[in-house]
Design a protein around this ligand. Structure first.
Ligand SMILES: [Zn+2]
Length: 296
C-alpha cells in the first residue's frame, strides 16, 4: 500500500490538476475511484459517497468533498477560505471519521478539497490546510494552501487578488456552467442545439448586477450565436419565456442562418425549459427584457 508522504500528496495533487485541466474542468467519480499510484489503486474520494476520505493506514484525511445543497455561497467566508461541516452520525454526534481531519489540523498536513455541484462530477479546489476546528458548531475552517503561504505585507494584496482569481477559475465559473448545462441537458434554451462544445452558460443578469448571482435561475444554456445576440440585446426573452427579435434584425435580408437562427425564432417560446425549480427567474428575465426594449 502506498504510504502517506508529503511527496505522494504532492504527486496526487499534480495528477488531479492535470486531469482537470488545471482545475478548470470537472473530473468524474470513476476517475477518482480508479486512481492508481504505481499500479496500486488509491481511491481519492470515499467509495460509499461520504464527504470525507480516510485511509485506514494513513494517519490523516486524504480528501474532503462539499456537495451542492443550496449552501454554495455561505460556505465561503473569504477568498480561499471555507467552512466545512464535520460529519455527524445519525444521532447528531461527532462521527469518528473526523478524527483524522483533526489530526490533519494538528500536524499541518494538506488535504485535497473537492466541490461536487452535480452528482458524480467533482471540481478540484486545491490542497487545503485545516486552520480551525470548532466542535461546538461542528465545523472545520479550511484554507487554500497557496493562501496560507502568503508572503510579505506588500505581497498580501497581490496574493489576495490571485487567490480570488484562482477560486473563480477553479470553482465559481466551472460550477455555474455545470449546474446550467445539467439543468438544460446541454441544449441551447433558444434553438435546442445539443452540442456542449458550442454552448455557454449565459447570465440573465450579469455578475456585476445586484441580481447577478451565479445561481441556476439566473442562467441560460445558450449556443454561441444566441448568447452573443442575447447579450447584445438583439434578442429579448420576456418573463413568459417568449422570444423577441430586434426590428433591425427582422428587417435584414440575408442567408439561411439569419432566417432560421434569428428571424425564425421571433414570437416563439424558449425551446428548452428546465424542471420547475431550475427555470429562469421571471423577475430577472423582465429586467433584462426592459434593457432589450430600451436598446431598440
Ligand atoms: Zn441557440
Amino acid at each position: 500500500m502506498p504510504s502517506d508522504t508529503e511527496e505522494l500528496r504532492r504527486r496526487i495533487y499534480s495528477d488531479v490538476l492535470t486531469a482537470s485541466d488545471g482545475g478548470t474542468r470537472p473530473v468524474s467519480r470513476d476517475y477518482l475511484l480508479g486512481y492508481e499510484v504505481d499500479g496500486q489503486r488509491l481511491p481519492l474520494v470515499d467509495p460509499q459517497g461520504r464527504g470525507i476520505r480516510n485511509r485506514e493506514d494513513w494517519p490523516t484525511t486524504l480528501s474532503i468533498v462539499t456537495s451542492e445543497k443550496g449552501r454554495y455561497l455561505d460556505t465561503e467566508i473569504a477568498p480561499g477560505v471555507w467552512t466545512y461541516p464535520l460529519a455527524i452520525d445519525k444521532h447528531g454526534r461527532r462521527d469518528p471519521s473526523n478524527g483524522k481531519l483533526v489530526r490533519a489540523h494538528e500536524d499541518g498536513v494538506p488535504v485535497l478539497y473537492f466541490y461536487k455541484p452535480i452528482p458524480k462530477q467533482y471540481l478540484l479546489i486545491g490542497q487545503v490546510y485545516v486552520t480551525a476546528i470548532d466542535l461546538g458548531a461542528m465545523t472545520a475552517t479550511v484554507e487554500l494552501a497557496e493562501r496560507a503561504e502568503a508572503g510579505s505585507a506588500v505581497e498580501v494584496e497581490i496574493e489576495r487578488m490571485w487567490i480570488d482569481r484562482l477560486v473563480r477559475t477553479r470553482l465559481h465559473q466551472p460550477r455555474f456552467r455545470m449546474i446550467v448545462m445539467d439543468a438544460y441537458a446541454s441544449r441551447c434554451a433558444i434553438c435546442a442545439l445539443p452540442e456542449a462544445s458550442l454552448l455557454d452558460a449565459a447570465h440573465i443578469r450579469s455578475d456585476t448586477d445586484p441580481n447577478g448571482q451565479p445561481v441556476v435561475e439566473n442562467g441560460l444554456a445558450l449556443c454561441s450565436i444566441h448568447h452573443r445576440a442575447y447579450d447584445a440585446k438583439s434578442i429579448g426573452i420576456d418573463a413568459g419565456y417568449r422570444l423577441h427579435v430586434s426590428p433591425r434584425l427582422l428587417a435584414m435580408e440575408d442567408g439561411p442562418v439569419l432566417v432560421h437562427a434569428i428571424q425564425g425564432i421571433d414570437g416563439k417560446r424558449l425551446a428548452v425549459v428546465p424542471e420547475r425549480k431550475k427555470r429562469p427567474d421571471p423577475h430577472r428575465l423582465e429586467l433584462t427584457f426592459k434593457d432589450f426594449l430600451n436598446a431598440q
